[in-house]
Design a protein around this ligand. Structure first.
Ligand code: BGC
Length: 499
């Protein structure tokens, strides 16, 4: 071999070595970046931990805050609002009633005919209407005029004379799923908006009166017989079907709970008298806060950037409005600090780009190659080329967020049971008949619980875990579909002036 040949061979060897070095360095870097992504998920998982011990602390905190909220106005972040509902429906309600259900991006109008016995509903007609972003942030006049005119069209179409005498005022149940300071069963002042609504001139106003004025303008002869929160509608419908129902929980876009309380325990309204000695209390638990809640930097930044900072802390960890957004924040950080989502930083930096239903669909993808996850990333987030192991990591993030939310909601439910002596901790003295715990039903509604099976399973499992095997069989969580709409109609029937 000549000198030229030797030189060429040496140059080739050097080049091969250089390529190999670059490749090794690349692999080392990429392994390090993968390691960073895994470490971020691990850290997040640890910060979200909800051991049964921690859940029990949340249970206790919930019960303590309930006491505080009942003791004095402003005594707790739990508002514990009066509803003036002192008797719950029992299945004997009769007649045709209307309901209006406003609580999220949709509102619904309903007409329901109750048979009068045996908890039987004869007809159930519903119309759903979207609330535009403009209406959610416009004026109260625009919102209520829109609702009243939709209601009028519905009544004109559906009022076919069944059980109705012309010109007699029809009774309406109005579900308004925001915090309201009730003045009576049928009136109340809006305290604040939640869930992305922000109609400033409605705060402090009697929302039943706003609706009545709008109905009058459209020439509708209807009366608000009951103004209720969606939790209260759900409790009413739950009780209509099963008289052991003592509490109701909504886990949908927002979250909240209500339950039946003894009036003598509502210390902030001493002397409050009702025929039954009980009253339904709307807890507004979305605003619950406790240092025992496992909060992460992602929750803190979500709260900081929200329009209602330092409010609805529990809701921001639990409800459908926020779960997808928490996942997005974790993925964004992973995209910034590793290369597992190629070129995705930009797309993942758009707030609320991962809505909770998308997150749930990725979480519930049970195909071995996580095809659905890949498709959602491509179609909805315009992120392609994500490896299978990265998709697996993403599903793990969804799981962590969902599991924490479901387990915290479970602790909230057991907190209510503890407050009313149905969690087994009070012993034989209360909540027990002949040594056995009393059967207790909690009505549950909301898309997260009803439509997201992983969430539901985690929640049910955690309730049983916290209560323990002796008490858990006596506590039943019962899905109460359309409690917010049908429940308002059955309350209109129960509190009707025509009854
Ligand atoms: C509201 C509650 C409502 C809950 C569920 C919360 O944001 O404050 O009044 O019950 O959402 O819809």
């Amino acid at each position: 071999m000549g000198g030229a040949g030797l030189g060429l061979a040496a140059a080739c060897a050097v080049a091969t070595c250089a390529i190999a070095t670059v490749m090794v360095a690349h692999r080392v870097r990429s392994r390090r970046r993968w390691g960073r992504a895994v470490a971020l998920v691990r850290e997040f998982e640890e910060a979200c931990a909800t051991s049964v011990g921690r859940l029990r602390q949340v249970v206790d905190a919930m019960a303590v805050e309930m006491h505080a909220g009942l003791a004095s106005e402003g005594g707790s972040k739990l508002r514990m609002l009066l509803t003036f509902i002192d008797n719950l429906p029992d299945g004997s309600e009769e007649g045709t009633y209307y309901a209006l259900d406003l609580g999220g991006t949709n509102f619904r109008v309903l007409q329901i005919q109750f048979s009068g016995k045996g908890s039987m509903i004869l007809t159930h007609r519903v119309q759903r209407q979207q609330i535009s972003q403009e209406l959610m942030t416009g004026t109260r006049e625009e919102l209520f005029n829109f609702i009243a005119s939709t209601l009028k069209q519905f009544v004109q179409r559906e009022d076919d004379g069944i059980d109705q005498i012309p010109d007699v005022r029809k009774d309406l149940g109005f579900t308004f799923s925001f915090p309201v300071r009730q003045l009576s069963v049928s009136s109340g002042l809006l305290i604040k908006w939640t869930k992305g609504f922000s109609i400033k001139d409605a705060v402090g106003k009697d929302v039943a009166q706003c609706l009545t004025e709008a109905m009058l303008k459209t020439g509708l002869n209807m009366r608000v017989a009951a103004l209720v929160n969606d939790t209260v509608g759900t409790l009413a419908l739950g009780h209509y079907y099963d008289v052991d129902t003592v509490a109701a929980v909504i886990i949908g876009t927002g979250t909240n709970a209500c339950y039946l309380e003894r009036t003598d325990a509502i210390i902030k309204y001493q002397g409050l008298l009702t025929n039954s000695g009980d009253m339904v209390v709307n807890m507004e638990w979305g605003n619950f806060w406790s240092s025992h809640l496992p909060r992460t930097p992602y929750d803190i930044s979500l709260d900081d950037e929200s329009p209602n900072r330092n409010e609805q802390g529990f809701e921001k960890m639990i409800s459908g409005m926020y779960l997808g957004e928490i996942v997005r924040r974790v993925l964004q950080r992973m995209a910034e600090e590793s290369d597992i989502f190629p070129d995705a930083v930009q797309n993942l930096s758009v707030p609320f780009v991962i809505r909770t239903p998308l997150m749930a669909a990725m979480h519930e993808d049970d195909s071995p190659d996580l095809r659905e996850v890949g498709k959602i990333l491509e179609d909805h987030l315009k992120i392609s080329g994500v490896s299978l192991k990265a998709r697996r990591l993403l599903v793990r993030v969804c799981d962590i967020v969902t599991r924490r939310a479901a387990r915290l909601a479970a602790a909230g439910i057991v907190g209510i049971l503890k407050k009313i002596g149905r969690d087994g901790s009070a012993g034989v003295a209360s909540g027990r008949t002949k040594g056995k715990p009393r059967r207790t039903v909690v009505a549950v509604e909301g898309g997260l619980y009803v439509g997201y099976s992983m969430f539901r399973e985690y929640l049910n499992e955690a309730v049983a875990e916290i209560l323990g095997e002796e008490v858990a069989p006596y506590v039943c969580l019962r899905v109460c579909e359309d409690g917010s709409g049908t429940g308002a109609a059955v309350l209109a029937a129960a509190y009707s002036s025509n009854r």
